[in-house]
Write a protein that binds this ligand. Structure first.
Ligand SMILES: [Zn+2]
Ligand SMILES: [Zn+2]
Length: 262
């Protein structure tokens, strides 16, 4: 009872803290003269001007018959599943992939600005795009449980934040999604401690979190989750994460990523 009363209060406090932080950094950007829009070059307070946000960030194509059901890449004359996914069954634990933007041209700089240069003003915009995408993906099913692909150990301590973690936090604060951190990323030394057989049987960079183990023990595993990541390159990361989730009895794992290398 106490938890259900506290949740909205904590959510509101998180939102206020975030908005004040954003406002201060936007004011700073204003007094320092703003920056050029990565797409059209116009002066803007974010790396993307409002017109480009509307047109490019929010204007992605919905999941459709013209995209591969497994990896989400546009199909080139194939039916349902692309040639690469037919050849390689790596993504067989994944029920579907929806990527919003191709990782090309100025979009590469956009991800760099957010992830590496720490332009966190982009975070609420990406959160809005993900919220829209989740609505397209599952219009009738209500808000799914979100599972972030975890960062390297110590990343948040070192840099103060992680982009996927922040995205999940905002999706929870602004749109009420339930976020479950079911996975952890192993450190190099943790990976080395595994036996040769263990290292061979799993690819070894990720593992079930304590929370996931606890949920398994109490039989309260979410049946249906959306795995969230910022960039899919080879698909190996989401494949491994989906593999762990399915082995822990999650029935359905869809993947949503902002960018995909195609
Ligand atoms: Zn622009
Ligand atoms: Zn494919």
């Amino acid at each position: 009872m106490r938890v259900s009363f506290l949740a909205p209060v904590l959510r509101a406090a998180g939102l206020i803290k975030f908005l004040v932080g954003r406002l201060l950094s936007q004011l700073l950007a204003f007094f320092l003269g703003g920056t050029e829009c990565l797409c059209c070059g116009r002066l803007s307070f974010l790396p993307l001007c409002p017109e480009c946000v509307e047109k490019h960030l929010m204007g992605f194509a919905p999941p459709s018959a013209s995209r591969c059901h497994v990896c989400g890449k546009p199909l080139l004359g194939e039916q349902g599943i692309c040639m690469a996914c037919r050849r390689d069954a790596r993504l067989s634990f994944v029920d579907g992939v929806f990527s919003l933007y191709p990782y090309r041209l100025w979009r590469k700089n956009l991800l760099f600005a957010w992830k590496v240069k720490g332009e966190r003003g982009l975070s609420p915009l990406f959160a809005a795009a993900v919220h829209k995408a989740l609505g397209m993906l599952r219009p009738a099913a209500g808000n799914p449980v979100l599972v972030p692909v975890p960062p390297r150990p110590g990343k948040i301590r070192r840099t103060g934040w992680d982009q996927v973690d922040e995205l999940c936090r905002l999706l929870s604060i602004l749109y009420g999604y339930r976020v479950e951190k079911l996975l952890v990323r192993m450190s190099v030394s943790q990976q080395k401690k595994k036996s040769f057989r263990e290292r061979r049987s799993v690819r070894g960079a990720y593992a079930a979190s304590r929370r996931f183990t606890w949920m398994k023990r109490h039989d309260i595993i979410p049946r249906d989750v959306v795995l969230l990541d910022d960039l899919i390159t080879s698909g190996a990361t989401v494949a491994e994460c989906a593999d762990i989730l399915k082995k822990g009895f999650v029935e359905k794992v869809n993947v949503l990523s902002l960018f995909i290398v195609d």
